[in-house]
Ligand binder design. Structure first.
Ligand SMILES: [Zn+2]
Length: 323
């Protein structure tokens, strides 16, 4: 059974869930256009940093869109490479914001030495995933080492180690030049797919009895099903992941049509920061009176959000009334 939904809706800035029952797979596909471009443009990142931020954003959306509750998923790299930190913060259902910290001289040196691929620029360290379900709930934090192999393989390893789920992640980023009113402009595209194996009796893929499908057809052994799924996922070209002319539905159909793929309703994605005057005010309030006094410049406390560059200005007397 293959169900192909409406192909006419916009194929950018969406996450598309899908399922391949014969192979016991569940997955999600992400496509970013305008949202990736606006995150990158706002920060003015050089292309090599932009690429890593777009890749991390696609990955975090693949992960965060799987949350079954209202909350946030924050992905953070802390590494020894020229790009020492990337943070992507996804708030369900559809908001994403991202930032990077990097050493411009080291990025330039890496580019000059021909070592500008994202995995090299990130380097080694750790990948931290934080799941936040709100003020009354405990935060969950998972950490996986980054060993210079980049985000895709680190994500695979994270799921295998922390949740015992066989997972394959693919990510791709492309820079394109579009005609604009004031001449050509650079736009960014990012795409990714996450495929996970949930064998019928749960647990791991190894040595499980496949059982029979409800309609009596023979299912592949779990280990074979996973090997097939992984091989298919690896055939996706980077160009296909970001190609605006190939809709997510069409790409998934090309991959899994022999097994039957069900594609579910897409979730939109918006580049939107969750900061607000009230939140920043609470943040400033959380400092001590002395600390706040040190923040005063030209008679005001000014706080700039590192994600979206919005600035808020407060009079010190809003926090510490003059007696
Ligand atoms: Zn902000």
């Amino acid at each position: 059974m293959t169900h192909i939904p409406d192909l006419t809706h916009g194929a950018d800035d969406i996450v598309v869930p899908f399922q391949v029952d014969e192979l016991d797979l569940r997955g999600r596909l992400v496509r970013l256009g305008r949202s990736a471009t606006s995150i990158i443009d706002r920060h003015g990142y050089p292309p090599e940093v932009a690429r890593v931020v777009a890749e991390a954003t696609a990955l975090t959306l693949l992960l965060g869109s799987g949350l079954k509750f209202d909350g946030r998923l924050i992905l953070q790299t802390q590494t020894d490479g020229p790009i020492r930190m990337v943070v992507v913060d996804v708030s369900t259902p559809d908001r994403v914001r991202a930032l990077a910290r990097y050493d411009a001289d080291r990025v330039n040196a890496a580019v000059a030495a021909g070592e500008s691929d994202p995995a090299r620029l990130i380097g080694a360290g750790q990948l931290v995933m934080t799941i936040d379900q709100g003020a009354d709930m405990q935060r969950y934090q998972g950490i996986v080492p980054l060993e210079g192999e980049g985000l895709e393989r680190a994500a695979d390893r994270y799921f295998l180690q922390s949740e015992q789920i066989d997972t394959r992640v693919r990510l791709a980023v492309a820079e394109e030049v579009l005609p604009g009113e004031d001449g050509p402009r650079t736009a960014w595209r990012a795409g990714g797919v996450l495929v996970q194996h949930f064998p019928p009796s749960g647990g791991h893929t190894r040595d499980l009895d496949p059982g029979d499908a409800p309609d009596g057809t023979e299912r592949p052994e779990p280990a074979e099903a996973w090997a097939e799924a992984r091989a298919l996922t690896d055939t996706i070209g980077d160009d296909e992941l970001v190609d605006r002319t190939v809709s997510p539905e069409r790409l998934l159909f090309r991959l899994f049509h022999e097994r039957g793929v069900r594609v579910f309703e897409a979730q939109g994605v918006t580049d939107h920061c969750t900061c607000s005057r009230e939140r920043i005010e609470n943040l400033v309030q959380s400092f001590s009176r002395e600390e706040r006094r040190d923040m005063v410049e030209d008679g005001h406390i000014t706080v700039t959000c590192e994600y979206c560059s919005s600035s808020w200005r407060f009079a010190p007397s809003e926090f510490d009334p003059v007696e």
